[in-house]
Design a protein around this ligand. Sequence first.
Ligand SMILES: Nc1ncnc2c1ncn2[C@@H]1O[C@H](COP(=O)(O)OP(=O)(O)OP(=O)(O)O)[C@@H](O)[C@H]1O
Ligand SMILES: Nc1ncnc2c1ncn2[C@@H]1O[C@H](COP(=O)(O)OP(=O)(O)OP(=O)(O)O)[C@@H](O)[C@H]1O
Ligand SMILES: [Mg+2]
Ligand SMILES: [Mg+2]
Lengths: 255, 255
Amino acid sequence: MKQLAVFNQKGGVGKTTTALNLGAGLARKGHEVLLLDLDPQAHMTSIMEHAPRDVAASIFAFYRDGKALHELEVEWPGIGRLIPAHTELIKVDSLFGKGPNILNKLGNGLTSLREMHGERISIIDCCPFLGVLSLNAVFAADCLIVPVSSDFLSLRGAQQIDHTLRVLEPVLKRRVERRYLLTRFDKRRKMSFEIQEKMRELFGDDVCETVISENVSVAEAPAVHKDVFAHAADSRGAKDYASLIEELTASGFFR
Amino acid sequence: MKQLAVFNQKGGVGKTTTALNLGAGLARKGHEVLLLDLDPQAHMTSIMEHAPRDVAASIFAFYRDGKALHELEVEWPGIGRLIPAHTELIKVDSLFGKGPNILNKLGNGLTSLREMHGERISIIDCCPFLGVLSLNAVFAADCLIVPVSSDFLSLRGAQQIDHTLRVLEPVLKRRVERRYLLTRFDKRRKMSFEIQEKMRELFGDDVCETVISENVSVAEAPAVHKDVFAHAADSRGAKDYASLIEELTASGFFR
Ligand SMILES: Nc1ncnc2c1ncn2[C@@H]1O[C@H](COP(=O)(O)OP(=O)(O)OP(=O)(O)O)[C@@H](O)[C@H]1O
Ligand SMILES: Nc1ncnc2c1ncn2[C@@H]1O[C@H](COP(=O)(O)OP(=O)(O)OP(=O)(O)O)[C@@H](O)[C@H]1O
Ligand SMILES: [Mg+2]
Ligand SMILES: [Mg+2]
């Protein structure tokens, strides 16, 4: 089971959008998918129609009560399964921030899931804050997907992540595999290409060839409780996410 | 001295962009301006050329060592003054999260500044996380500016804030004055107008008439260490921020 964390401490770069659309696109190619919402603002959860609202049905119950992750999975028709978030997650940093081994909690929880779902791909949506929750995701992940929106402040965020991951390497005892994904790419702006150029200079082959275009269908989909494929299969946004999946699959990323 | 907090726990909605451009625009109208960067990612600080990098010169020194705020002010030519952020601010939640009266720390610090700079307008840039730092900003503010980017997930964030502020009212012992500002508004998208409609339905006169257009000059300015007026005074973005200042001034907002 491949475990991916969609991570970037910069806000609004397309983490939730990418976690959801990557999951939905993989499901359409026949993969078994589990989405985990690790954001106290529960945006990904809110996109699903009739997502559980109860704190006992959210991943907070895993943190606070030690509830098993597999008991928290709910069906997301057309996509796979979701483990929902809840606003109570905001308390995780202060409740558990200082605990020993808290950083491996999610990873350990996912390990038991692995035995039950060998071929499943898990995708974790992170919040824009480098606290216990996001660190849990990084520690649990085989690989990070780092969406970088095609603007200057977001580029700066990408550089901070690279630095953060290097600081974590001695603790993780491995180099975290990562792919940077340019999002909200507007071909009419010189800036988009400048950001792409700079990203390639900095991170070389870790930067996906595929870029996700700025496309209104991508932004509209959440309003109708859909992923971009369900909302507008022929849109530029859907095609770009499909190309991303092709690119990652071809490079053996999901094996 | 008017104290404004630019706050929205949703990421990438234009907080930093608005804090900086509001400050720069007010400076151009002759106001004395103080910008405070309360984001551990220090994006606003990074826009200023030659901003201090030392942790002892940042607002973290106020939190950790009780350093006086006025000692941390640096000149930002053409704008006013800045109190810089630093990545060490990420520790404030775990270091002080449980302390008594931590929520009023920034407000108390700004009270002494008030005596020295009666007419100055302070603008606090917040990070996309509702922790000790952002709560400090909310508690210190006379009024919140809540940027809301013109898309569905951001609308949802605005609704969460309204709820959060209501929960805080008994503690604050007042209703926090607030203005919602639609940002990244793309006139070609039906969605932009739908979001605006919904915002007016929900928040009535608290929604600014002025909207900030999606405009590449706004996004380019940080790359050249400038605010939008210095980078592209005739751009749509500069005109919109100028209109915003006119609107707020006319309604007595800065008195
Ligand atoms: N390619 C795109 N084209 C158009 N709109 C997009 C695109 N990608 C994302 N958006 C929109 O931009 C906004 C920010 O995206 P999203 O919420 O996924 O970012 P995020 O990184 O998860 O934000 P946060 O840091 O708050 O969790 C959303 O309203 C989303 O619908
Ligand atoms: N009106 C606009 N037109 C074009 N680009 C914009 C506009 N407003 C903001 N941006 C760009 O969108 C990105 C996000 O804006 P910004 O960083 O100010 O948001 P934020 O809310 O401060 O984000 P965070 O939650 O990460 O602190 C930035 O690259 C910024 O330059
Ligand atoms: Mg998100
Ligand atoms: Mg910001």
